[in-house]
Design a protein around this ligand. Sequence first.
Ligand code: ATP
Ligand code: MG
Length: 632
Amino acid sequence: MAHYPDFHRRSIDDRDGFWREQAALIDWETPFSQVCAYSRPPFAHWFVGGRTNLCHNAVDRHAAQRPDAPALIWVSTEVDQEVVYSFRQLQREVERMAAILQDLGVKQGDRVLVYMPMTAEAAFTMLACARIGAVHSVVFGGFASHSLATRIDDAEPTVIVSSDAGSRGGKVVPYKPLLDEAITLAKHKPAAVLMVDRGLAPFSRVAGRDADYAELRARHIDAQVPCVWLESSEPSYTLYTSGTTGKPKGVQRDTGGYCVALAASMKHIYMGQPGETYFSTSDIGWVVGHSYIIYGPLIAGMATIMYEGLPTRPDAGVWWSLVEKYKVSVMFSAPTAARVLKKQDPAFLTRYNLSSLKALFLAGEPLDEPTATWISQAIGKPIIDNYWQTETGWPILAICNGVEPAPTKFGSPGKAVYGFDVRLIDETTAEEITEPGKKGVIAVEGPLPPGCLQTIWRDDERYVKTYWQSIHKRTMYSTFDWGVKDADGYFYILGRTDDVINVAGHRLGTREIEESISSHPNVAEVAVVGVADNLKGQVAMAFAVLKDPASAASPADALALEGEIMKLVDSQLGAVARPARVRFVSGLPKTRSGKLLRRAIQAVCELRDPGDLTTIEDPSALQQIRELVTPA
Ligand code: ATP
Ligand code: MG
């Protein structure tokens, strides 16, 4: 065990020595000649000249040593199936898929777009791409034609791998018609479409373009496809950000740096051991799905659960039944999922034997204290918040219990993670803030550690312009999140820089106001936005979802509750933070990955066009707000 502050300091001061040690966690076919080349900032090249392969590290090396150990556990409560693939079986399936892709013309460096539900075949495809050096671009299966078409044009895939349908809450969701329409809309046309037919929804095939997975798999049943050894900086995949604040950005990831970063994070942050089981409830369409459903756990030699279904079906105990059945040791989910469970009876969570579980990690959005406390008490396990971005690929802020156990502080995702030279920057003066308790923008001094984005796909200029800003004579990576650090080095996220509101000269994070409102016992969820106001510059507007909607059914009751909530904010934050209105809604507009679309709510409140809404989950939630705020 090391002393964490020393461990972190060394990762910055002796960057090369530190990462050279971490690099020994993975297999290299050719050793690297230099740890980090940073002669062309902000572009960092990690493990120069080293040759490795993500699929080798995730699958083959474990298959060679523990062929029968479980690797991929696919569970679907949508189609009531469970399949456990050992490392050997997984390797065989991946080799078959690799042979199929090659058969369809995919070469090293070509893109393969994956538009699939949460099926084992989606995992085979990602790993097969990694195996042959093709660049996968997974597009979340819930996206419709327009969003998909823009991503097809950006990635220009040789092949698209898809399925007849997904399923959600027992309802079949056909994919193929959306895909066909997207290809029609897109300028770029793939050479082939590989269809994994689950037998859920009949579909029409385009002759000469659409190939059948089952047929090709049979043809390549004995395929042996060796891993292609890639130079460390060759791209492994591209993936779009969630689009919470505007047009999604195509994040490009390398090979060697990513592999090392994930292996190290599994050891120091998530503390997963070979032979244990990891369960991340995310989707392969998001970065958490890439890093901690597929690559991270497998690289660590763990079994990974890939779950297709809702957290509440057949009942709210389903995830915990999987923890018991597969002896899950590490679990990873999102606050939004915890809030879904919070609306259910906690008895569902305690019905199962959770003794194998060491901790539940949550990331992706602010974890409010009531939700953290609720879920921690309901499952009786430590809840560990961690903060990161699609861009970084792994946590920037976390508690590194694998280095030195440290207490968690509710509301804080923890300290700067090793490798990240995190600084707080004053937005107006561009000076660094060192004083505890003072708010600033969270920035990272370059180079970013291994595993972070290399660039934006085919757009170096946008990469530099978007993220790297001259702050105080230094060029730093901006997270566009706003935070504060306490005297112990724990950070607190106050919201996105877009979400800061200025009420009569007072700068407030919408997150602080949301936190206060959500401490009201009747509030399940809340969004606060700043709305332009002639008098005060901006005022806060709140939209809350109630646990008991009937309690505000009449206008008089709603008004009384609104007053009660305002009083609560007054008492906790002061009258300056009091929202101008608290309106009650049945749902909040979110991205498909469960993040609040405050930007869109704000635009609607200011009677403006909400802009790019391609990633919205439920447009009717925004419509409900529009109806509330539009003057009669
Ligand atoms: P876009 O960049 O396209 O607007 P996005 O930022 O929502 O979308 P992601 O990369 O999925 O896309 O999300 C990263 C962001 O999520 C962070 O910058 C931060 O705002 C928020 N976030 C992630 N984890 C946490 C956390 N633990 N606490 C608070 N906020 C978090
Ligand atoms: Mg972002």
